[in-house]
Design a protein. Structure first.
Length: 658
C-alpha cells in the first residue's frame, strides 16, 4: 500500500516566497528600522476562503504576527519592521478559513433572499467551537454572538459583526491544519552597513616630515583632514609587523629590499603576528587612543584582515603544519601567475589541524574587537574556504551583531555573490571597470538589483592595487566624475587617498593598473595642501550625501533616458527628497543633450514648472515638463547633482530656488 501523508488536512499551498535567498538556505540582509516586505503565492483547492499571516521573530524574542493582504491572482503581501540587530526569522502560516468562507456565503445567500436557518445554525456552531479556544471577555462575547445568530438575521447585523465578531474569530482561528512555509532568516545590521564613506590611507605615510615612518599619533593628527572631507570610515591596511625574508623593495623589486619598509600584507616577524602592531607605528595603547579619537570626530576605524603570513611569522615556527610544502620541503609561497609573492606564505586550509587553525583565525578578529574595532576589510576572501567564512562570520556576528565585514574580492560574480550569501556585510564591485553609459546602466540597473537582498555594494574608483586606464588618461575631470559616480550610484563608497584627491595617475608601465612608486612598497610623503587637490570637491560631494537621505540607500536607484551616449542620468528618492545626477562620461569635451524624467514617478506635477538646484555649483534652474536640456563642461564640473523639488508647497519654497 502506498504511504499516505502525515497530515492530509493541510489544504493550503504556499509558494514563491520572496524575499528568499536560495529558498532560505541563506538569510536576506536588512538594516535596523527597515520594513521587510514579504510576498507569496497562497491558495487552496476549491473555493474556500484562505487566511495568511506573516510571522516574525527578533533575536532571542517571541514570535510576532502581522496580517497578509491578498493582492489578487493568489498573491499575498505582508510586512514588518526589524527593530533589533542580529539574526531574525520569518515564515508564513496559511489555513482554510471556515468562518470566513461561511460569512462570505451567508452574505450572498442573504442578498439572494434564500432561507438562512441552517446557515445561521452552522455559523453559530462555528462560533461556539471557537469560544472553546478563547477565554475571558472573548469567550463571553462569542457565546453571545452564537445566541444572536440562532435568534435571527437582519441586514443591520452585517456591519456590527464585521466590527466585533470577525476580529475575535480571527484572533482565535483554528490553525490546527495550517500550512507553514519554511522558516527564513534575516541578518539585521546597523546603518553603517548601508551608508558610509570610506577613506583608505597607510599610517606609515602620515608623518609630517619626509623620510620618517609615520605612527598612530601621526594618523591621529590626520583625522581632522579625513573628517573635513566628510569621511566616516578610516580604513587602515595591515598594521602588523612586516617580515624581512624576501622583503620586496620599491616597485615590487625583489632585489632592492635593503632599507625598504616592506609590504604590509607580508604579515609577521619576530615582533609578532596578527595580534601585534608594527613597532614603528606605536603600541596597542596608542592604537586604542586613535580609535577613541576617531570616534570623537564621527569616524570609525576599519582594519584589514589578511589571513596570510610572511616567512617570519611566529605561526611558521609554531605551526608548520598550517602551511603547504613543495616536494623539496620548502613552504609554498603565494602566486597569482605571472605575479609572484615570495614574501607571503598562504595558509593551508586543508591541513589536518584545520580546527585549530580556524579557531586561531577567529581569535584574531575577536582580539581586535576587544580594542574597539567593529569594521573589518577582508583581503582576498575568495582564496579561503566558503565554509570557513560562514562559520567565522556567523559566530562573530552572533556575539557582536554590530560588526561589519567588507569583502575584497575582485573575482567571478558567482564567487562574489557566494561570499555575500555566507555573511559578508558589504562587497567590493566591478565599478572601477564600468565606464560607458551602457556598462553603468547594465551593472547598476540590472545586475546589482538582482542580488540586492544579500549583496551590498561598496564602490571604489581606485585602490592601492587598481589605477584604471580611465584615471591614467582622463585627467582631473576623470577623477571628479568617478568620485561623483561612486558617491551617488552607491550608498557606500570609498577612495584610496591621498592618491585619489591628489590625482596620482602614473602607471608602473603601459597597460598596467599598478601605480608607479606604489605606496605598497615604500613610505610616501604627500603634499596635502597642493592647490589643485580635489579635497574641497570631495568634501562637497560627501556633504551632499549626508544632507540628502535619497543618496543613503541603493534601492530607489533608477536610470533615465538621455539622447547622448556620453551623458548618464539617474535618480534616487526618499520621500520628498529627490536627487537627480547627470554625469559627463567624456573627460575631454563638453557634452549636451536632453534628459527625460518620469515626472509622476518622482512626485512632480507635469502641469507645472519645477525648480532644481545643482548641489555641486549652487546654480538654480526652472525645468518644465519631462524633457529638459543639460550641457556639461568637464573643464568646469563634469556632473550635475540636482536637488529636485517634487512639489512647490509655499511661496517661500519657490523663492528659495529663484
Amino acid at each position: 500500500m502506498d504511504a499516505m501523508p502525515n497530515e492530509a488536512r493541510r489544504r493550503v499551498v504556499i509558494e514563491a516566497v520572496t524575499p528568499a535567498v536560495e529558498g532560505g538556505r541563506f538569510p536576506i540582509k536588512r538594516i535596523i528600522g527597515e520594513d521587510v516586505v514579504v510576498e507569496a503565492d497562497v491558495f487552496a483547492d476549491g473555493h474556500d476562503v484562505v487566511t495568511a499571516v506573516l510571522r516574525h521573530r527578533p533575536p532571542d524574542g517571541e514570535w510576532r504576527e502581522a496580517p497578509m493582504t491578498a493582492l489578487g491572482n493568489d498573491r499575498w503581501r505582508g510586512s514588518f519592521e526589524v527593530d533589533h540587530l542580529g539574526e531574525h526569522a520569518y515564515a508564513i502560516w496559511a489555513w482554510v478559513d471556515r468562518f470566513g468562507t461561511w460569512w462570505r456565503d451567508l452574505l450572498k445567500r442573504a442578498e439572494a433572499g434564500l432561507d438562512l436557518a441552517l446557515d445561521l445554525e452552522e455559523g453559530a456552531h462555528l462560533v461556539e467551537q471557537t469560544a472553546k479556544r478563547a477565554s475571558g471577555d472573548d469567550r463571553a462575547a462569542l457565546r453571545s454572538w452564537a445566541a444572536r445568530l440562532r435568534d435571527r438575521w437582519a441586514p443591520e447585523l452585517t456591519a456590527e459583526a464585521e466590527a466585533e465578531l470577525q476580529p475575535i474569530m480571527a484572533a482565535h482561528a483554528d490553525r490546527r491544519h495550517a500550512t507553514r512555509s519554511p522558516k527564513l532568516g534575516i541578518v539585521v545590521d546597523r546603518e553603517r552597513a548601508r551608508f558610509g564613506s570610506w577613506y583608505e590611507l597607510f599610517p606609515r605615510s602620515t608623518a609630517t616630515d619626509a623620510g620618517r615612518h609615520g605612527t598612530f599619533a601621526d594618523t591621529e593628527k590626520r583625522l581632522a583632514y579625513v573628517a573635513e572631507m566628510g569621511f566616516d570610515v578610516l580604513y587602515l591596511p595591515p598594521i602588523h609587523p612586516i617580515g624581512v625574508t624576501h622583503r620586496k623593495g620599491r616597485n615590487n623589486d625583489p632585489a632592492g629590499a635593503h632599507g625598504a619598509p616592506g609590504v604590509p600584507w607580508a604579515i609577521g616577524s619576530d615582533e609578532g603576528g596578527h595580534t601585534a602592531v608594527h613597532p614603528d607605528l606605536g603600541t596597542l595603547m596608542e592604537l586604542d587612543r586613535l580609535v577613541d579619537a576617531a570616534a570623537e570626530q564621527g569616524i570609525e576605524i576599519a582594519l584589514d584582515v589578511a589571513f596570510q603570513c610572511s616567512p617570519d611569522h611566529p605561526w611558521v615556527r609554531e605551526h608548520p603544519e598550517w602551511f603547504r610544502r613543495r616536494p623539496d620541503g620548502s613552504i609554498r609561497y603565494a602566486e597569482n601567475p605571472p605575479k609572484r609573492y615570495e614574501d607571503i606564505y598562504p595558509l593551508d586550509f586543508e591541513t589536518g589541524d584545520w580546527r585549530a587553525l580556524w579557531e586561531e583565525l577567529k581569535g584574531v578578529v575577536e582580539f581586535w574587537i576587544t580594542h574597539g574595532v567593529r569594521i573589518f576589510r577582508v583581503d582576498n576572501p575568495h582564496t579561503k574556504p566558503y565554509a570557513f567564512w560562514e562559520w567565522l562570520i556567523g559566530g562573530i556576528k552572533r556575539d557582536h551583531p554590530d560588526v561589519i565585514f567588507l569583502s575584497e574580492a575582485f573575482t567571478r560574480p558567482k564567487v562574489m555573490h557566494r561570499l555575500a550569501k555566507l555573511g559578508f556585510t558589504q562587497s567590493y564591485t566591478y565599478f572601477a571597470w564600468r565606464n560607458t553609459k551602457a556598462e553603468l546602466e547594465e551593472y547598476f540597473g540590472r545586475d546589482l538589483p538582482a542580488v540586492a537582498d544579500f549583496f551590498r555594494p561598496n564602490l571604489w574608483p581606485n585602490t592601492p592595487d587598481i589605477l584604471t586606464e580611465q584615471l591614467q588618461t582622463g585627467g582631473r575631470a576623470a577623477f571628479m566624475s568617478r568620485v561623483v559616480l561612486a558617491a551617488t550610484l552607491g550608498a557606500s563608497y570609498g577612495i584610496y587617498g591621498p592618491a585619489f584627491e591628489l590625482m596620482e595617475s602614473t602607471p608602473r608601465q603601459p597597460g598596467s593598473e599598478e601605480y608607479l612608486d606604489s605606496e605598497k612598497y615604500e613610505i610616501k610623503a604627500w603634499d596635502l595642501d597642493r592647490p589643485d587637490s580635489l579635497r574641497p570637491f570631495i568634501a562637497r560631494v560627501n556633504r551632499i550625501r549626508r544632507e540628502n537621505p535619497a543618496l543613503q540607500s541603493d534601492r530607489t536607484l533608477r536610470f533615465h533616458h538621455t539622447d547622448n551616449e556620453q551623458l548618464v542620468a539617474y535618480s534616487k528618492r526618499s520621500g520628498d527628497d529627490v536627487v537627480l545626477t547627470v554625469v559627463n562620461l567624456d573627460p575631454k569635451w563638453t557634452q549636451s543633450g536632453w534628459v527625460e524624467l518620469p515626472l509622476r514617478g518622482l512626485g512632480i506635477d507635469p502641469a507645472h514648472p519645477f525648480p532644481v538646484e545643482d548641489l555641486l555649483t549652487g546654480e538654480r534652474f526652472t525645468w518644465d515638463g519631462g524633457r529638459n536640456f543639460v550641457e556639461i563642461d568637464p573643464d568646469l564640473v563634469p556632473a550635475h547633482i540636482l536637488l529636485v523639488r517634487p512639489r512647490v508647497r509655499t511661496e517661500r519654497d519657490f523663492e528659495y530656488f529663484m
